[in-house]
Design a protein around this ligand. Structure first.
Ligand code: HEC
Length: 159
């Protein structure tokens, strides 16, 4: 059976020499030294990896439009649209949500403390448990940017 098929195929090649040329081309292109995946190498790889001292260091805690949207989506229900601690849920909480515009309080907290309060939740940092933990929701860089956003809201820094 196998032999029959083979001879039939060879016969076909006899009648269609173009076909054999075509097949040969396909086979040749398959074993060419140029690997097709290497051809689509991203240009970035060709750039020498010399650290550019003049390039600004990427600030992971930069406030972006995404940061503002994240705050609007996840934090305003309690902390209020402008961070005044007057969100729709605020009246129902035993402990009032922190006013993120209150510099006199936020100046007493380091960025690290704010980061931990957001990442680990109120309970983990000796605050009320109704401040949820966001560590499973956001990457650290998003949390860093939320800290920066709170610093923007209070227009203050840790003293
Ligand atoms: C379910 C309501 C609720 C939500 C949602 C919420 N918070 Fe809070 N948050 C609180 C409460 C209540 C406190 C006050 C805890 C205390 O003072 O003991 C608080 C406190 C804080 C503090 C201050 C911690 C400190 O050191 O005093 C930060 C910072 C904070 N929240 C950030 C956020 C961010 C950022 C989000 C959104 C990603 C968020 N919160 C979402 C309820 C909430």
């Amino acid at each position: 059976m196998i032999l029959n098929k083979k001879t039939k195929f060879l016969k076909t090649l006899e009648f269609f020499p173009e076909l054999s040329l075509f097949l040969a081309l396909i086979i040749l292109s398959g074993c060419g030294s140029e690997n097709p995946t290497q051809q689509v190498k991203p240009p970035a790889e060709a750039v020498p990896v010399v650290p550019d001292r003049s390039a600004p260091v990427v600030n992971v805690s930069q406030v972006t439009e995404e940061t503002r949207q994240t705050y609007q989506w996840y934090c305003t229900q309690c902390h209020g649209e402008k961070g005044h601690g007057n969100g729709v849920n605020a009246p129902h909480l035993v402990v009032p949500p922190r006013d993120h515009t209150k510099a006199s309080y936020l100046e007493t907290r380091s960025d690290e403390q704010l980061f931990e309060a957001i990442k680990l939740g109120g309970l983990a940092v000796g605050r009320a448990p109704c401040m949820p933990a966001w560590g499973n929701t956001f990457e650290d860089k998003t949390i860093h940017s939320l800290v920066s956003y709170i610093r923007e809201l209070c227009d203050c820094e840790a003293l």
